[in-house]
Design a protein around this ligand. Structure first.
Ligand SMILES: Nc1nc2c(c(=O)[nH]1)N[C@H]1C(S)=C(S)[C@@H](COP(=O)(O)OP(=O)(O)OC[C@H]3O[C@@H](n4cnc5c(=O)[nH]c(N)nc54)[C@H](O)[C@@H]3O)O[C@H]1N2
Ligand SMILES: Nc1nc2c(c(=O)[nH]1)N[C@H]1C(S)=C(S)[C@@H](COP(=O)(O)OP(=O)(O)OC[C@H]3O[C@@H](n4cnc5c(=O)[nH]c(N)nc54)[C@H](O)[C@@H]3O)O[C@H]1N2
Ligand code: SF4
Ligand code: SF4
Ligand SMILES: [Mo]
Length: 859
C-alpha cells in the first residue's frame, strides 16, 4: 500500500493510476491510455516522499507518501499552464483546463502563426492549438502503427510535423486515433462535436466488431469515437467505423416500399407491397437469402419465416460466398468451424502465420494489433500473392501464385514432418490420421512444387521452421484461402499445420478465420444455411428438428435446402419462382453477373429489402425499405464468436426495422403472434439453440459473451478445443492438389478489398470514404504492364470468358508478376462480370480469387 493525500491505495502501475485509485486524480494532458507515457506536459507532477516527480512516469511502490495538492504543486502547475498558454491557443477540454489552472495570463498570450493543413478529406490540422503533448504521435505509432507524426525542430521551435508536404500525401490511413487522442483540437476532423451522451453500439462493417461511441443530434450521427474500454478495440477504430456514417441519413435511403408497375418501380403502401410479397412467396417455390449485415435476431426471424411459415430449408446467406469453406474445412479437422481463439490473443502470440488475409485493410483493428506485436518482436510469415502492408514487414513472405495454396500448405507440412518438427506428444495424445498423412507428405517436398506455387523452396522451409519452432504460433486466415476451387480443403490443410505443431486449444495460438461481415458469424449461427438450424443443429437430425419444431409450434422441414449458387441455378431452370433477398447485393457481389441477372430476371417475384436501391434492388418486383444498424436494437456476433449489443441511435427512417418487416411478412402469410422485439427474440433463440442457452441481453450488457454459452450465468467460451476437440480427436487429412478448372494461360486475376470501402460500397460510397478512395483500381506488376503497354493511371479493360471490367491501372510491384488484383466496390467497374463459375468443391463458394483474364488499354 501507499498513501495519496493520506488515502491508502494498493501499489502497482504508475502514480497516475494510484491518484485515480485514491479519487485524487491530477491533471494529465499528455497521458493516453494504451500508450507509453512520456512525461511531456509536466502537469501531473506530484510530491513523492518530499520530491517532485511526474505521476505518469513514476511507478507506484509500497510505502510511498504521495501528495497531489501542496501549495508548491499548485504554483508549479499554474506556471506550466501559463507558459503553455503563452505558446499555443488550445481549444476544447485541454484549453479550458489550462486556462483554469493558469488564472490570468502572467506570461502573455500566444499570437498564432504556426501551420495548418486542410488537404485531407476528413482530417484537419491547426498547430496553433497544439501544446506538444505528443498524444497524436503516440496514438499513431503505438495504436495504429502508421508513424505519421514526428516532432520537428528543437526548443521553442519544436512542433508536430508529418514529414513535410501536405497531409493528404502522408501514410495516414484515416483511422482517427490522433483525433480521438488530441485534447486541444489541434488535430480534428470534419465531423461535429461530441455530445454528452454517446451510445455504445457495434460497428456495422467488418467482423472485428469494434465498439463505437456514437454521438447523434437531430440531423443524425454527428461523430463516432471508439469505445475506450471495449475489449475488442480498446477505443481504436478504422476509417469506416469512424467516418463512414453519413450513409445513414443520405437522401438516397429508401423510405417507402416500391412495387413494379409497367416496368417501373413506384412507391406503394406497406399493405400493397406486403400483399404482393405474401402472394408470391405462398405460390412458391420460394427461397430466402438473408443478410450478414443484419442482426442475429433478424437473421433468426428470417430463417424461421422460411422454415416455420413457408415450410422450406431453402435459406442461405453470404457466408456461402465467403467463409463457408472455413466452416466446412475446420469441421473436418476439429468438429466445428469457428475461430478457435480471441482477438486479444494476438498480444500473446510470438509468431503469426497470416494466410490470404489483408488484415490491415480488411480487419484493420486486428491488423494494427498484429503490426504492434511484430514491432515488439513477434515473428510474421505472410502467404499472399501480394505484398500487402503486413507482407512488407514480414520475416518471410511466401508470394504464392493465386490458386496454388494446396501444394504450398502441403509443402509446409512436409517440411515439419521431414525435419522432425512435429509435436509428437500432441499428435499422439489428441490427433488421428498421422499414419496416412506421413507417407503422403513425403511426396510433397517444397522443392517439388516450386514451379506450381512460384515460391522458392528455401523460403517455404524457413517459414515452416519458424511456425513449428514458435512457442505461440497464431494462424490467421482470410479469403485468399477460402474463395478457391479447393477452398474448404485448403482450410483443412491449415488445420493440419496447427495440429502437427500442437498449436490448438491454448491462448495465443489456433486457427482463426478473420470472418468478413459484421454479422456473418451470426447469420450462420442463426441457421441461415440450408442444412443447419440455429446453433448448427443439423437439419438432418430428427431430434433437433423435433426440439426446434416444439418451440416454434410448427414442423421443421426435413429435406435439406439449396445453397445460394444452387438457388440461382434453379431460378435459371425455372425451378425457383420467388426469392426474398434481405441486405445482399447479388448483382454486384456474386460471380458472373450475367448469370446472376439471368437468374433474377427469371423469377416471378424478386423481393429485395434494402437501405438503398442497390444493383439487385433495381431488378426487384418489390423493394422493402430496411433499417440501418444505427436504427435498431439487437446483437451482432463478431469473428471471435463474441455476441455484442447493437443499440438504437436513430429512429428507423422508414418507420420499421428489418425485424418488423420480416414479422409483417409472416403476418401477411397468416402467421400470428411473432414478436419483433430484439430482447424477446433473443430469449426465443436461447430456447432453440443450445449454444445460446445462457444468452440474455442483461448478460451481454458490457463486453458481450463468446459462444458457446450453454447455461444462464456461464461466462462464455474464449478458447475452443482446450482438452478435447469438438469431434473428439483432431483429424489430420490427406488432400492432394487438384488444379482449378479456371486456370488458363492468361493473367491470374484475384479480387478483394481496399481499406476505405466495404463490399458493394452502397454505404462507403455515400460517405467521405469515397473521397479517400474514389474508384476501383487494378494492380498489375510492371513485368506484365510494360509489354502490354499499360501505364500507371490509365483505364484498362479486364476481360475473361464471362465478361469485361474497367478500372484504373496501378502499375505496382505490390502484386506478383503473372497476377493482377482488382477490387469490387464500385458497380461501374463490373468486377463480377469477369469472375466465373468455378466453385469450391465442398461448399460451392465461388472462386473469386482466380480468374483467367487478359488486360488491355482501353484505347
Ligand atoms: N475495408 C474492407 N474491409 C472488409 C471488407 C471490405 O469490403 N472492405 N469486407 C469484409 C468481408 S465480407 C470479408 S469476407 C473480409 C475479407 O478479408 P480478406 O480475406 O483479408 O480480404 P480479401 O482482400 O478479399 O483477400 C485477402 C487476400 O487474399 C489474397 N489472395 C488472393 N489469392 C490468393 C491465393 O491464391 N492464395 C493466398 N494465400 N492468398 C490469396 C489477396 O491478395 C488478398 O490480400 O473483409 C471484411 N472487411
Ligand atoms: N469479386 C469479388 N466478389 C466478391 C468478393 C470478392 O472477394 N471478390 N467477396 C465476397 C464476399 S466475402 C462477400 S461477404 C460478399 C458480400 O456481398 P454483399 O453481402 O452483397 O455485400 P454488402 O455490400 O455487404 O451488401 C449488403 C447490402 O446490404 C445492405 N444493407 C446494409 N445494412 C443493412 C441492414 O441493416 N438492413 C438491410 N435490409 N440491408 C442492409 C447494403 O446496402 C448492401 O446493399 O461479396 C462477395 N463478392
Ligand atoms: S488518422 Fe490514424 S493513421 Fe492518420 S495520422 Fe491519425 S493516427 Fe495516424
Ligand atoms: S475494424 Fe471493422 S469493426 Fe472495427 S471500425 Fe473498422 S470496419 Fe468497423
Ligand atoms: Mo465476406
Amino acid at each position: 500500500m501507499l498513501t495519496v493525500d493520506g488515502i491508502s491505495v494498493p501499489e502497482g502501475g504508475t502514480l497516475l493510476d494510484a491518484t485515480r485509485r485514491a479519487g485524487r486524480e491530477v491533471p494529465a494532458l499528455c497521458h493516453l491510455d494504451g500508450t507509453r507515457d512520456g512525461g511531456h506536459c509536466r502537469l501531473c507532477v506530484v510530491e513523492v516522499d518530499g520530491r517532485h516527480a511526474a505521476a505518469c512516469t513514476t511507478p507506484a511502490r509500497a510505502g510511498q507518501v504521495v501528495r497531489t495538492r501542496t501549495p508548491a504543486l499548485v504554483a508549479y502547475r499554474r506556471d506550466v499552464a501559463a507558459l503553455t498558454l503563452a505558446e499555443s491557443s488550445p481549444r476544447g477540454e485541454a484549453g479550458a483546463l489550462l486556462r483554469a489552472l493558469a488564472g490570468d495570463h502572467p506570461y502573455g498570450t500566444y499570437a498564432g502563426g504556426r501551420p495548418s493543413d486542410a488537404t485531407h478529406p476528413v482530417l484537419r490540422i491547426d498547430l496553433d492549438a497544439c501544446i506538444l503533448c505528443r498524444r497524436c504521435e503516440r496514438a499513431c505509432a503505438e495504436i495504429q502503427g502508421q508513424f505519421v507524426y514526428t516532432v520537428e525542430g528543437r526548443g521553442v521551435e519544436a512542433r508536430i510535423g508529418w514529414g513535410g508536404g501536405s497531409f493528404d500525401q502522408t501514410d495516414c490511413v484515416a483511422c482517427g486515433a490522433c483525433v480521438q487522442a488530441c485534447p486541444t483540437g489541434a488535430i480534428h476532423d470534419v465531423d461535429g462535436p461530441r455530445g454528452s451522451d454517446a451510445v455504445r453500439t457495434t460497428c456495422t462493417f467488418c467482423g472485428v466488431g469494434c465498439q463505437l461511441a456514437v454521438h447523434a443530434g437531430p440531423d443524425g450521427v454527428s461523430r463516432v469515437d471508439g469505445w475506450p474500454t471495449a475489449s475488442v478495440n480498446r477505443g481504436h477504430l478504422c476509417v469506416k467505423g469512424r467516418y463512414a456514417h453519413a450513409y445513414a441519413t443520405h437522401p438516397d435511403r429508401l423510405t417507402t416500399p416500391l412495387v413494379r408497375r409497367d416496368g417501373q418501380l413506384v412507391p406503394a403502401t406497406w399493405e400493397e407491397a406486403l400483399a404482393i410479397v405474401a402472394a408470391g412467396l405462398r405460390k412458391g417455390p420460394a427461397a430466402g437469402l438473408s443478410s450478414s449485415r443484419c442482426t442475429n435476431e433478424e437473421n433468426y426471424l428470417f430463417q424461421k419465416l422460411f422454415r416455420a411459415v413457408l415450410g422450406t430449408n431453402d435459406v442461405d446467406c453470404c457466408a456461402r460466398v465467403c467463409h463457408a469453406p472455413t466452416a466446412a474445412g475446420m469441421r473436418v479437422a476439429f468438429g466445428t468451424g469457428a475461430a478457435t481463439n480471441r482477438f486479444a490473443d494476438v498480444d500473446l502470440a510470438d509468431l503469426f502465420l497470416l494466410v490470404g488475409s489483408n488484415a490491415t485493410e480488411a480487419h484493420p483493428i486486428v491488423g494494427a494489433r498484429v503490426r504492434q506485436a511484430v514491432l515488439r518482436g513477434a515473428r510474421l510469415v505472410v502467404v499472399d500473392p501480394r505484398r500487402t502492408e503486413l507482407a512488407a514487414i514480414a520475416d518471410v513472405h511466401l508470394q504464392v501464385r493465386p490458386g496454388a495454396n494446396v501444394p504450398l500448405f502441403n509443402a509446409l507440412a512436409s517440411v515439419i514432418v521431414e525435419e522432425g518438427l512435429v509435436d509428437r506428444a500432441f499428435v499422439r495424445a489428441r490427433c488421428e490420421g498421422f499414419e496416412e498423412l506421413e507417407p503422403f507428405l513425403r511426396t510433397q517436398a517444397p522443392e517439388r512444387c516450386e514451379e506450381v506455387t512460384g515460391v522458392p523452396a528455401a523460403l517455404v522451409r524457413e517459414a515452416a521452421r519458424l511456425y513449428a519452432s514458435a512457442s505461440s504460433p497464431m494462424m490467421l486466415h482470410g479469403l485468399g484461402v477460402t474463395e478457391h476451387h479447393q477452398g474448404s480443403e485448403a482450410v483443412t490443410l491449415l488445420c493440419n499445420l496447427a495440429l502437427l505443431v500442437g498449436a490448438v486449444g491454448r491462448p495465443g495460438v489456433g486457427v482463426n478465420p478473420l470472418r468478413g461481415q459484421n454479422n456473418v458469424q451470426g447469420a450462420a449461427d442463426m441457421g441461415c444455411q440450408p442444412d443447419a438450424l440455429p446453433g448448427y443443429q443439423p437439419v438432418a437430425d430428427d431430434a433437433a428438428r423435433a426440439r426446434v419444431g416444439a418451440v416454434w409450434g410448427a414442423p421443421v422441414p426435413e429435406a435439406r435446402g439449396r445453397t445460394l449458387p444452387e438457388l440461382l441455378d434453379a431460378a435459371v431452370r425455372g425451378e425457383l419462382r420467388a426469392l426474398y433477398v434481405m441486405g445482399e447485393d447479388l448483382v454486384q457481389t456474386d460471380p458472373n453477373e450475367a448469370h446472376v441477372r439471368r437468374a433474377l430476371t427469371s423469377l416471378d417475384l424478386l423481393v429485395v429489402q434494402e437501405l438503398f436501391l442497390s444493383e439487385t434492388a433495381k431488378l426487384a418486383h418489390v423493394v422493402l425499405p430496411g433499417a440501418s444498424a444505427l436504427e435498431k436494437d439487437g446483437t451482432f456476433t463478431n469473428g471471435e464468436r463474441r455476441i455484442q449489443r447493437v443499440r438504437r441511435v436513430l429512429d428507423p427512417l422508414a418507420g420499421r426495422t428489418d425485424a418488423d418487416v420480416i414479422v409483417a411478412v409472416m403476418e401477411a402469410l397468416g402467421h400470428r403472434g411473432q414478436t419483433s422485439r430484439a430482447d424477446e427474440v433473443m430469449d426465443e433463440i436461447a430456447k432453440v439453440a443450445p449454444s445460446f442457452a445462457g444468452v440474455t441481453y442483461a448478460a451481454l450488457e458490457d463486453d458481450g459473451l463468446q459462444w458457446p454459452v450453454p447455461y444462464a450465468g456461464h461466462p462464455g467460451t474464449p478458447i475452443l478445443h482446450v482438452d478435447t476437440f469438438v469431434r473428439g480427436r483432431g483429424k489430420l487429412s490427406v488432400v492432394p492438389y487438384v488444379p482449378s478448372p479456371g486456370l488458363g494461360d492468361g493473367l491470374r486475376l484475384t479480387t478483394g478489398r481496399a481499406l476505405a470501402h466495404y463490399n458493394a460500397g452502397t454505404m462507403t460510397r455515400r460517405a467521405p470514404t469515397v473521397e479517400i478512395h474514389p474508384r476501383d483500381e487494378l494492380e498489375i506488376h510492371p513485368h506484365d504492364a510494360v509489354p502490354l503497354r499499360i501505364s500507371d493511371g490509365e483505364i484498362v479493360i479486364v476481360e475473361s470468358a464471362h465478361g469485361e471490367a474497367r478500372a484504373v491501372a496501378r502499375v505496382t510491384e505490390r502484386v506478383r508478376p503473372g497476377a493482377v488484383f482488382l477490387t469490387f466496390h464500385f458497380p461501374e467497374t463490373g468486377t463480377n462480370r469477369v469472375t466465373g463459375d468455378v466453385r469450391d468443391r465442398v461448399t460451392g463458394c465461388p472462386e473469386y480469387k482466380l480468374t483467367d483474364v487478359r488486360v488491355r488499354p482501353v484505347g
